[in-house]
Design a protein around this ligand. Structure first.
Ligand SMILES: [Zn+2]
Length: 75
């Protein structure tokens, strides 16, 4: 299981997405207010589903981090 966070600040590059990160990713900063804890999941696909359900107005722009969430990264 990994703990996942969603960065609710839109990326300024890489498709202008909101990215899902694992807690230990070097691009994840859980202490910052723009990183929202999604919870612990076995699969990356469950984490991104939780993110999309929690923030439906952002869902089409939510993507996985290309560094820590390869299986759910599209951009
Ligand atoms: Zn990451």
């Amino acid at each position: 299981m990994n703990t996942y966070y969603l960065n609710i600040n839109q990326q300024d590059n890489s498709g202008y997405n909101y990215e899902v990160h694992k807690e230990l990713c070097r691009y994840c900063f859980p202490y910052r207010s723009n990183f929202i804890k999604l919870g612990s999941f076995v699969y990356e696909s469950n984490a991104i589903l939780k993110a999309k359900n929690s923030f439906p107005y952002m869902a089409s722009k939510i993507d996985g981090c290309k560094h820590c969430c390869h299986s759910i990264n599209n951009d």
